[in-house]
Structures are given as C-alpha cells and as structure tokens.
Ligand binder design. Structure first.
Ligand SMILES: Nc1nc2c(c(=O)[nH]1)N[C@H]1C(S)=C(S)[C@@H](COP(=O)(O)O)O[C@H]1N2
Ligand SMILES: [Mo]
Length: 333
C-alpha cells in the first residue's frame, strides 16, 4: 500500500497569531533548572503566572490535589513559557483532525470524565482504575519542559503531573517486563478524526518506551498544564510527556498502559518506518529524510519573526544520555 504522509516544513506557519501581551513572556529569575528548582511558589506569584489561562471545569479531586502541588519556580535555562494560547491552538492530535487548528475546534465538546485506565501485561498488580483512583496516590508536581515536535517546531510548556515511574512501581513490573506500551482512546462518536475515512492512522494511536526510559525521573504522566486541568486538545485527561523525545512519543488521552516483553509496534513507526523510529530521541545530527532537524521554530513564531533556534541533543536533557550508551543513534532513530 502506498501511504502519503502530509508534508510539513519550516515554512508552513499559517495558524499562529502573534499576540502582544503575554505573561509567559516574562522570564523567571534564577539560574537553576530541572528538578532542583522544584519549590513552593507563593499562590500570588502563581496566580500572576497563569493569569488569563482559560480551562475547563476540573473534577473535585483535581482541585483538591492542586492545593498540595509542588510548583516549579522557574523556567529551565533562560527561556520563556510558550503562551497558553499557542499551546492550546496549535496542536497535533489526529483523533480530532489533521490540521493544527482542528484539535482546539473539534475537542471543545470532549468530555474527559468519566475515564477508565487499564494497567495490564507483565505486572504483578494489573487493574482497571477510574482516573481519580489512578491519580490518588500521587502528589501533583509542575514540570516545565521543552516540547520538540519532529516537524521542527517547539514550545516550552508547564505540565502538571507525576512521574510515570511512581505509577509503574505500584503495578510491580515482572522480570519479563522490558517495554511499556500506551494506547489512546478509540471513540469515533467523540473523536471526529476517527470517523473520517481519510485518516492514515490505524486506531488506536499507540506509543511505547523501553522500561528504563519509562522509569527515568523526567518521564511524566500529565493531568494538567499552566496550573489547570489538561485541555482536551492537549490530551485530557491523561497523557505522557517525554521531553527528550520528539513530540509524537508523548501520547495523549491514554486508556491503557501495558508492560510487555517485546518492543511494541508504534503508530508512526508502522506508518513510515524510514521516517519515524521507535526511539525518536531529539537529535540535531540525524535529519528526517525530508527535512533538517538541526534547527527548530520556537513558538510563537511568525513570517516576520520566525524565531529559529538550534536544536539540542536530547532536546537539552543531557541527563538521559546514559540510557543510550553504546547504542548507534543513527540506526536507532
Ligand atoms: N493520541 C495522540 N497523541 C499524540 C498525537 C496524536 O495525534 N494522537 N500527536 C503527537 C504529536 S506529533 C505531538 S507534537 C504532541 C503535541 O502535543 P501538544 O498538542 O500538547 O503540544 O502530541 C503527540 N501525541
Ligand atoms: Mo509532533
């Protein structure tokens, strides 16, 4: 079968509206980045940081958890947060359509509750959980991460969630568990992109990680962003965030997490194996067959102010390099 992948390039940038006043333009003081910067941020500072953020009504359990969340006091490096508007209007979420503006439009009516998550496969304690049960044991923490899409654009997004490792430890992976496979909801009634006959994707959207990647402290299960509950277009109510990998690894609206002994077949790898690999680590030295990965467009960007910056190895998260010692990253792209 001949598959046609929609082509993307640095030049295709029609949907981002530059806006003047963004609190997210503000730089946060301090030199430290990453996990070391987690701290209690005063409520007033947070309210200011996330002023103007519009979010759906959150479930009660989420609001309760929010009061004890650990907030990150600053953006890593000296980078600015991507404005909430860009992060919620420029999306890839094929379940809601193929264009960047489709998810915001078509996910508006999406109800993320009730939601059931299944954990199964190579675990001692499999189970089915409501989202509330699933999140109950975990403290919410904020992680401000760069998100680098394989299409060579990027954002800086403040997520709210908990480490995937905490969740996996509770399920107790067996000795056979080597990979983690994630599955997105299939519901054509609620996800218009799954109704269309034009879709390239064989639903459900599937992603996967090696178990050690899944257990890395940077790997996050997100239930919120910008201090609020996750918007539908960003993968409500539960998504993965793997900041050193291309964005397509960060699977949205997860309903099943399975521990497996074999490497899972992932959606993009199945669609175009020469273009999208299982690892998908951000790597400026390994180009996509159809475009360079050496640079990226940091959003917001416009025709007159494209905001092109160099792409960093592992998206700047050097601490993961040890996971790939001895692995040929050209072959294992
Ligand atoms: N289920 C699902 N998850 C998905 C996608 C998708 O189409 N379906 N797109 C991926 C891609 S390509 C990117 S870049 C990110 C975008 O996340 P964001 O819209 O929150 O920025 O989600 C990823 N997760
Ligand atoms: Mo992406």
């Amino acid at each position: 079968m001949l598959i046609k992948i929609p082509s993307v390039s640095l030049a295709r940038e029609s949907e981002v509206t530059p806006e003047a006043t963004y609190l997210s333009r503000r730089r946060f003081l301090g030199a430290m980045g990453g996990l070391a910067s987690l701290s209690l941020v005063p409520g007033r500072a947070l309210a200011e940081r996330y002023a103007g953020v519009e979010a759906a009504q959150a479930p009660t359990w989420f609001d309760k958890k929010l009061t004890s969340a650990r907030w990150q006091s600053m953006v890593p490096g000296d980078e600015a947060l991507t404005p909430f508007k860009d992060a919620t209007r420029y999306n890839n979420f094929y379940e809601f359509g193929p264009n960047k503006g489709d998810p915001a439009r078509h996910a508006a009516q999406f109800k993320a509750e009730p939601w059931t998550v299944t954990i199964d496969g190579e675990v001692v304690k499999p189970g089915q959980f409501s989202l509330e049960e699933f999140c109950l044991p975990h403290q919410l923490e904020e992680r401000i991460y760069r998100l680098r899409c394989v299409e060579a654009w990027s954002m800086v997004i403040p997520w709210l969630g908990f480490p995937l490792s905490d969740l996996l430890k509770r399920a107790e992976p067996t000795a056979q568990a080597k990979y983690v496979r994630f599955e997105t909801l299939v519901d054509p009634q609620r996800m218009v992109g799954q109704r269309s006959g034009f879709s390239l994707i064989d639903w459900p959207y599937i992603e996967g990680l090696r178990l050690d990647e899944a257990m890395h402290p940077l790997t996050l299960m997100a239930v919120g962003m910008y201090g609020r509950v996750l918007p539908a277009q960003n993968g409500a109510p539960l998504r993965l965030v793997v900041p050193w990998k291309y964005g397509f690894k960060s699977i949205k609206s997860i309903v099943r997490i399975s521990l497996t002994s074999a490497q899972p077949k992932t959606t993009w790898e199945s669609l175009a194996p020469n273009e999208y690999g299982f690892y998908a680590n951000v790597n400026p030295e390994v180009d996509h067959p159809r475009w360079s990965q050496a640079q990226e467009r940091r959003l917001p960007s416009s025709l007159f102010s494209p905001n092109i910056i160099p792409t960093r190895m592992f998206n700047g998260y050097d601490e993961v390099a040890g996971l790939y010692a001895g692995l040929d990253l050209r072959k294992n792209y």
